[in-house]
Design a protein around this ligand. Structure first.
Ligand SMILES: [Zn+2]
Length: 554
């Protein structure tokens, strides 16, 4: 925000307390919308108790009492009566993968039985040419009626003619069939690659593959090509779905050339209904292109902006492959690191020298320690403002790690819907360890502006489910995971708004309903801060507005 604007805003907010000012004659023009009578959570301490606000263009013009704001009403101003409704700033998601699910080329296997997955794969194989991959996505190994995971044999039973890959919704593991192993030339005796694993039982491949082992299949067979139009339409549909959940801003935490094209195409067509922070994936053409073109973190506008460059240093929380100092319950499996300490050092140095912010995926305590070492080293003689390095997920912490996250000004982005949604998986971590996972309470207590993060598709993106999850830490079966990490609904709402804006250096633009900021807001039929915490996720999102324009209506 420039100096002039800040001055004008100060004048505006000061004038708010003076009733009777003829705003429409002030030369600023009348607001197009005024919202009155709301149970309003502005998330700005200066505007506690306000019930109304005015919107002009894509900005909040004023916030105050009904009578103060109604004074601004001019010809053509639309007044929305929000009595008995709750209004909050638009929700922000600081880590997501909006284009990861693509129904155009892959079967959505988010179903509750293995036999249903088999039907879907058989159907997908029918419309796939020979030699081409048959793909499934949104697989979840812990949610089947059969009480077990999908395996190679299950897929072989229905598809033998094509290589098949069923990707876990977490993105770090998949289950493949025998044809896929044949294509890659892998059998029960093949050694695991560095940073990856072909899972076996009694020497036989189970079909489950993880991390760099999964990546190897990219090099064999015919993979589907998705055209530009399909990608653009995918952005449109996903942004509509996210708007319906109350999101106004999200993040692509592994951006590629194709997704950048899709966002810019959707934006120019006027059909992108969220603001997007684009984190280029380090191992992608787009990162190289951006470096060459001097498009650094921060480049762009309030609809599409370049964020931190994204690296991946270990496995997954929900798929149980993250690298920890203690093994998964009842095993001697410590998880998988996908970057060595040396690789992390050079990744950080290289990104910093190119003017990029950094976000490194690190779930396990061992990996988080490695990443912090690299951040501490990079900050030793740092000039200028703190770069707000990020640790993506930052799932398993301890007191030492929290201290170092605070002292480096690092922003953690722990999963916000996982405690609730992925309950079954936490059995593999055990109750004591869960007291240190997705440590929202510990981060807040240490004064760390922890960011809101769904990691969709691995996690659901719905912010109201996120608030419920962070408040209750209770899964769908009523089990509580890490109760010491519970936070209040107000703290959770602040994470999903104010802290989300801070995580992308946009706290002057959004995150609270403050005069001068973007008019991104949500209308709810109940107050998440004043309702049964077990019912927060069921609150109806009545409407969502992005820059003053309605993007969702229930
Ligand atoms: Zn992610």
């Amino acid at each position: 925000m420039d100096k002039h604007r800040r001055k004008t805003l100060k004048a505006l907010s000061a004038a708010l307390t003076l009733p009777g000012i003829a705003w429409s004659k002030s030369g600023l023009g009348s607001p197009q919308t005024i919202v009155t009578g709301a149970n309003l959570h502005t998330m700005d301490p200066l505007y506690r108790g306000a019930t109304a606000f005015a919107v002009r263009g894509d900005r909040i013009l004023a916030v105050g009492s009904d009578s103060e704001v109604l004074n601004l009403k001019g010809i053509g101003t639309k007044v929305i009566d929000a009595r008995e409704k709750t209004i909050t700033p638009g929700f922000i998601d600081s880590h997501s993968h909006p284009t990861m699910a693509n129904e155009a080329v892959s079967a959505n296997v988010n179903v509750r039985s293995i036999s249903k997955v088999q039907q879907l794969l058989a159907k997908q194989a029918d419309k796939t040419p020979p030699g081409h991959w048959v793909l499934g996505h949104m697989y979840d190994d812990t949610k089947f009626e059969e009480g077990r995971a999908l395996n190679r044999q299950d897929i072989d039973d229905v598809v033998r003619s094509h290589p098949v890959m069923v990707r876990h919704r977490g993105g770090h593991t998949a289950v493949v069939n025998s044809k896929a192993f044949e294509a890659l030339g892998v059998n029960g005796n093949t050694p695991d690659p560095e940073g990856g694993r072909f899972f076996r039982e009694k020497g036989q491949l189970t079909g489950k593959v993880a991390e760099h082992a999964m990546d190897q299949f990219r090099g064999v067979g015919q993979w589907p090509v998705i055209d530009r139009q399909t990608m653009r339409d995918n952005v449109h549909l996903t942004s509509n779905r996210m708007a319906a959940a109350g999101l106004t801003s999200t993040t692509d935490a592994a951006g590629q050339t194709q997704s950048w094209q899709a966002y810019t195409d959707a934006l120019s067509a006027g059909i992108m209904n969220f603001r997007l922070s684009f984190m280029p994936r380090a191992a992608s053409d787009i990162y190289q292109t951006m470096k060459t073109a001097n498009m650094r973190s921060g480049f762009g506008n309030n609809m599409l902006r370049v964020g931190a460059v994204k690296f991946v240093a270990d496995g997954s929380a929900s798929e149980r492959t993250m690298r920890m100092s203690t093994p998964f319950e009842g095993t001697d499996d410590y998880g998988i690191a996908t970057m060595s300490q040396e690789e992390i050092y050079s990744a950080v140095d290289e990104a910093v020298s190119n003017g990029f912010r950094i976000g490194i995926h690190a779930n396990g305590d061992v990996t988080i320690d490695r990443v912090l070492k690299a951040y501490e080293r990079a900050l030793t003689n740092w000039q200028g403002p703190n770069p707000r390095f990020r640790i993506e997920h930052c799932s398993l912490v301890n007191e030492d790690l929290i201290k170092r996250i605070k002292s480096t000004g690092t922003i953690p982005t722990p999963f916000y819907t996982y405690a609730h949604y992925h309950g079954n998986k936490w059995l593999d971590y055990g109750k004591p360890r869960m007291e240190w996972m997705f440590a929202h309470r510990s981060f807040l207590d240490a004064g760390i502006p922890v960011a809101p993060a769904s990691d969709y598709t691995p996690g659901p993106y719905e912010p109201l489910m996120a608030i419920q999850s962070m408040v209750t830490r209770k899964d769908s079966k009523g089990r509580v995971w890490g109760p010491s990490q519970r936070i209040t609904a107000e703290e959770a709402l602040k994470i999903c708004t104010v802290n989300g804006a801070y995580a992308s250096f946009e706290e002057h633009e959004k995150g609270s309903l403050t005069p001068g900021k973007l008019a991104d807001f949500v209308m709810l039929d109940e107050d998440p801060l004043n309702t049964d915490p077990d019912g927060i996720k069921d609150i109806t999102v009545l409407g969502t507005w992005l820059g003053g324009k309605q993007t969702h209506r229930a």
